[in-house]
Ligand binder design. Structure first.
Ligand code: PLP
Length: 370
């Protein structure tokens, strides 16, 4: 593919080699080594959060968050990645879906059913593509119904809302630090807790539930981040401001170029976008499929993220009638977004999309049905 949908950021190889040489000299490969500790401190400061725990990946971050919160019945949305829901169901947490907002792609608090809210003990909203959920409204609902709130913030590295880290909202929030994310540790994730006591509990859970004397006192697992992974994080960290600025420039350029032809996710006011993803919304699925197929033929890879809507799968929980989630899952497409991409590449991709849209709409009209 000339333009893959994502490409991992690679730091200067010498930087990583130096880290690995030091790890070899210490012969300490995991279990709270110095790289992991240093990266934890750097990220706490950079993200402006207090209680951050590095873990093996973003999916384990969700598992740990759910377990620390001790939840048994959750409400979430089906317009998300399989991990949000897979981790709930693997822990036998009963789950009900609620619909998203057609414009923001996030959980729509107005559509939450009061019987579900009485039933649940947790809300698991997703900040989709790093667009903040209605955090204040969700906080109020959670307080009224005595619910824990766990945000799947996998996409939200460095996202800010009202000038502060978005990761501060909820009882906890989880990050993915996967190789394709804007900041990564090859595989990795983090949980950010509101309360220190929850962080302390999580530290035990990711290490087999053991206390300091290696006696299991909680049910736990192995979700530790290794030194090799943390070392990659330390190397990528040196570039993070540059990566962010470049992605935001690409994001803005895509929007400028495509604004008159396609719709975009409505961004919550007072938010700084991080350029994690660039998603466009087509008038209908036929139009999306037409453009996608032709882009593919030109070496421009796109991704239907998230498709299908998890509500359509009959795999996780009872199917419901959730029209907004269904509609956006059929009409949203992610376009190439990664550090190596240049503004001129965005121009090339957009020129082709615009030409394809014009051709399709000339034949079918702008409002061809699904
Ligand atoms: C919304 C969401 N949650 C969780 C994850 C899982 O993260 P990881 O791949 O690090 O396990 C992803 C992955 O991209 C995601 O998009």
């Amino acid at each position: 593919m000339k333009y893959p949908i994502v490409q991992p950021f690679l730091p200067e190889i010498g930087l990583y080699q130096q880290q690995i040489t030091e790890i070899f000299a210490r012969n300490r490969l995991t279990n709270k080594g110095p790289c992991e500790e240093k990266l934890t401190e750097k990220l706490k400061e950079y993200l402006g959060v207090e209680h951050l725990l590095l873990v093996a990946n973003g999916t384990m971050a969700l598992h740990i968050a759910y377990q620390v919160m001790g939840i048994t019945k959750a409400i979430t949305t089906p317009f998300t990645f399989a991990a949000t829901l897979g981790a709930l169901r693997m822990q036998n947490i009963a789950t009900r879906f609620s619909d998203v907002c057609q414009n923001t792609f996030n959980l729509d608090p107005n559509k939450l059913d009061s019987a579900d809210l009485e039933w649940a003990d947790a809300l698991v909203p997703v900040h989709v593509f790093a667009n903040p959920c209605d955090v204040e409204v969700i906080d109020n609902i959670a307080e009224r119904y005595q619910l824990k709130v766990i945000y799947d913030a996998a996409h939200c590295f460095a996202s800010k809302y009202k000038g502060e880290s978005l990761l501060k909202y909820g009882d906890c929030a989880t990050l993915s630090l996967h190789a394709t994310k804007l900041f990564h540790t090859v595989e990795g994730g983090a949980v950010i807790f509101k309360h220190k006591s929850d962080l302390e509990k999580a530290k035990k859970i990711i290490n087999f539930g053991q206390n300091g004397q290696q006696v299991p006192i909680l049910i736990g697992t192995n979700a530790k981040m290794s030194e090799m992974h943390a070392a990659m994080g330390l190397c990528v960290f040196d570039y993070v401001d540059d990566i962010l600025a470049h992605r935001v420039a690409l994001f803005n350029h895509y929007k400028e170029r495509l604004n008159h032809f396609l719709n975009f996710q409505h961004w919550k006011p007072n938010t700084s976008t991080n350029g994690a993803y660039l998603t466009v919304l087509f008038n209908n699925e036929r139009e999306l499929l037409y453009v996608r197929e032709h882009l593919d033929g030109m070496g421009i890879q796109t991704r239907r993220y998230f498709y299908p809507d998890l509500n359509e799968l009959n795999l996780y929980c009872e199917h419901r009638d959730l029209p907004c989630s269904q509609l956006i899952s059929r009409t949203v497409l992610c376009l190439p977004m990664y550090y190596e991409l240049q503004l001129s590449d965005v121009d090339y991709i957009c020129d082709n999309i615009i030409a394809l849209l014009k051709r399709f709409r000339e034949v079918n009209g702008t409002k061809a049905s699904l």
